[in-house]
Design a protein around this ligand. Structure first.
Ligand SMILES: [Zn+2]
Length: 158
């Protein structure tokens, strides 16, 4: 099939697969794909921050970089892009690259986990703003409007 006439969904799917099969935090092959789309990669300093953040990943490029490629694909296919659910596709991707927590874990820790979780939420309500899409905390030392991890808007337009 001619590359130039790849459908929107095929391009999205290929980018998704490439990001997923990239090494943790991205690799040379993924960088090539990003630059072939003219998508801007994260600066190394930001990747470093994300790798050390609580948003753990086990493999793959960072969701925000996949989003940037999706945006470029969307620019080529504006009609298909109108109905594209970006945030949920990015979230689907994140579910695939985050560490797997076994079911046994979930059951044995259910009681204490839930308690800790709600205590944590109450504390965090006051201090940290979280991404509505992926749950990443906003890094307070930096000023930015979109989630650094998945690229979703942290502040909805009023
Ligand atoms: Zn996010």
């Amino acid at each position: 099939m001619d590359e130039a006439v790849k459908s929107f969904s095929k391009e999205i799917d290929d980018a998704f697969q490439s990001a997923w099969h990239a090494a943790k935090g991205g690799d040379a092959k993924w960088s090539e794909i990003m630059s072939s789309y003219g998508a801007e990669p994260l600066p190394d300093s930001d990747k470093e921050k994300l790798l050390n953040s609580e948003m753990k990943i086990t493999r793959g490029a960072f969701p925000i970089e996949l989003r940037r490629v999706f945006e470029k694909i969307g620019a080529k296919h504006p009609n298909d892009y109108k109905n594209f659910a970006m945030d949920s596709k990015i979230l689907e991707y994140y579910q695939k690259i985050k560490p797997f927590s076994g079911l046994g874990d979930i059951f044995s820790n259910a009681a204490t986990g839930t308690q800790k979780y709600s205590q944590g939420l109450q504390k965090e309500k006051h201090s940290t703003m979280k991404c509505k899409n992926c749950g990443a905390p906003r890094l307070e030392e930096m000023q930015y409007d979109n989630c650094m991890f998945c690229g979703s808007k942290l502040f909805e337009p009023a």
